[in-house]
Design a binder for this molecule. Structure first.
Ligand code: GLU
Length: 501
């Protein structure tokens, strides 16, 4: 059975690229009838950020990624937080030592520094701790056995390093990138267990993927350089490696380089799923949710950042994505992060929502609005907006009479005809009773009245709009009038006539 995992580190808010990784894992798991796991990789305690784990769980829930097993859910391989699995890793580090695949290293930070400097002076190409340089260092391969034992017994600080072979070709077939071939001489003897007894990412990741029976590792391209080391580790532990699929990078909108937090600031778009308040700096980073994106729009957008069904279809619900998704349709090339596309998806999903649904979203933002009023606003604005909140923010004139008038429209449209028209309109509107003050009735009253007065309605409508809203463009005017109500409309006409001489 297919078993995949999403394995974020709680070092801050989940980046949108992380959400895409989680999504692809989820789609693949569901498509294959497999399981999706969530594991928290918090072995690097120095980078731990409070609140980050809760944020990850909340973000996944919001986008609709359901976890079958793991942190927050439980399961047969609990605990799923690596900091709670410390003894497990130690056991495998010891196993590697006994098998001669790993060794103790006692070098202090200063000694490592000295080594590097000496090697640099000697013009050695590769100054890392590796199959060549390890022979000059203080470790269980160079020190006498009894010294090693006494150092350990004395509580001397040490790390456990992987004994990377000097000459070995490491090859594996990535589902997306095909064959990857790396020579072991380019890999250093990575630390597997740190001096505080905590495993490094590499050891914990491999041990857990094995114990949790992960069949496919689907993760970001930034982990591709670590994959050969991981293959070596599987081999050293005598385990079968899972399949790998390294996802393409998310690129800046311009396409040059990796998408960063700064790009969001520059381009005025979020790069986190949910709003995030940094617990240290108290700074707030915006989120797709709070910006007004629907989770189904974000999912559709993210699905296409690196994958394509190979057909013309662009709109996919989560279930349709599950049906259509396959790893072999994922691209190798990086995917440009074009937020306009996300907006376009949002518009689409907004249009698909019922007026009632959107009205209740509006009422959540503006608790002072009645359902009836919110519904009218929805009808007025639904086809003109990308985000629900714009239903309110784009029509300030609904809530307040204009205090100034667009000068250009004043100059081009506020003429004798317009002034005369205001008189006709006001008088006729006066005669409509309050209950009958609907957009249709208003229309059917005003237009013939203007005509009867010898005024071409088309010539004065913009001036009328100006009087009501202060501007020359906007949503359906008749419906705007209905929403404002008879009294307010008359007041605004009078104000404009008085103000615009
Ligand atoms: N903890 C790693 C991260 O933060 C996981 C990488 C992997 O999936 O192996 O992305």
């Amino acid at each position: 059975m297919v078993r995949v995992r999403f394995a974020p580190s709680p070092t801050g808010p989940l980046h949108i690229g992380g959400v895409r990784t989680a999504l692809y894992n989820y789609l693949f798991a569901r498509k294959m009838g497999g399981k999706m796991l969530l594991r928290i990789e918090d072995t690097d305690q120095t980078r731990y950020v409070p609140g980050a784990e809760d944020y990850i769980l909340e973000a996944l829930k919001w986008v609709g990624i359901e976890i079958d097993e793991g942190q927050g859910i439980g399961g047969p391989h609990a605990p799923y937080r690596q900091s709670e699995r410390k003894p497990i890793y130690r056991q495998y580090a010891d196993q590697l030592i006994s098998a001669g695949k790993a060794y103790y290293a006692f070098d202090s930070a200063e000694e490592l520094d000295i080594m590097r400097k000496q090697l640099e002076e000697a013009k050695v190409d590769n100054t890392s701790y590796n199959a060549v340089t390890r022979l000059q260092m203080k470790n269980s391969l160079t020190l006498p056995k009894d010294e090693v034992e006494s150092r350990i017994a004395n509580g001397d600080a040490y790390v456990i390093r992987l004994k990377v072979p000097l000459k070995e070709e490491i090859r594996f077939k990535d589902i997306i990138r095909d064959w990857v071939v790396v020579h072991s001489s380019t890999i250093d003897d990575k630390v597997l267990l740190k001096s505080d007894g905590m495993p490094t990412y590499h050891l914990a990741n491999i041990v857990d993927d094995h114990l949790m029976e992960i069949t496919h590792v689907i993760r970001g391209e930034e982990w591709l350089p670590s994959a050969p080391l991981h293959i070596l580790l599987y081999k050293a532990l005598g385990w079968k490696a899972p399949e790998f699929a390294h996802l393409p990078l998310l690129l800046k909108p311009e396409g040059n380089g990796k998408l960063s937090k700064r790009d969001g600031l520059l381009g005025n778009f979020p790069i986190f799923p949910l709003e995030w308040k940094d617990p240290f700096t108290e700074e707030t980073a915006r989120g797709f949710k709070q910006d007004g994106y629907f989770p189904e729009a974000l999912v559709n957008f993210l699905a296409f950042l690196g994958w394509n069904p190979g057909t013309e279809q662009e709109f996919f619900s989560m279930n349709e994505l599950i049906d259509t998704f396959s790893l072999d349709k994922i691209h190798k090339a990086g995917a440009r992060f074009m937020v306009d596309k996300a907006k376009w998806f949002n518009q689409h999903y907004l249009k698909g929502k019922s007026e009632e649904e959107i009205a209740s979203l509006i009422q959540e933002m503006r608790t002072d609005l009645s359902t009836d009023f919110a519904l009218k606003l929805v009808r007025l604005m639904k086809d003109r907006i990308t985000f629900p909140h714009e239903i309110v923010s784009e029509v300030p004139f609904i809530f307040e009479a204009p205090t100034s008038y667009d000068e250009e429209i004043v100059n081009s449209k506020w003429n004798d005809d317009a002034r005369k028209a205001m008189g006709v309109i006001k008088e006729n509107i006066h005669n409509i009773d309050n209950e009958g003050f609907t957009s249709q009735n208003i229309h059917d009253t005003i237009f013939p009245a203007l005509e009867a007065a010898g005024i071409k309605a088309g010539k004065v409508m913009q001036a009328f709009r100006l009087a009501i809203t202060g501007g020359g463009k906007g949503p359906d005017l008749m419906l705007t009038l209905e929403i404002l109500g008879k009294e307010e409309v008359i007041k605004r006409i009078e104000k404009a006539v008085e103000f615009l001489v």
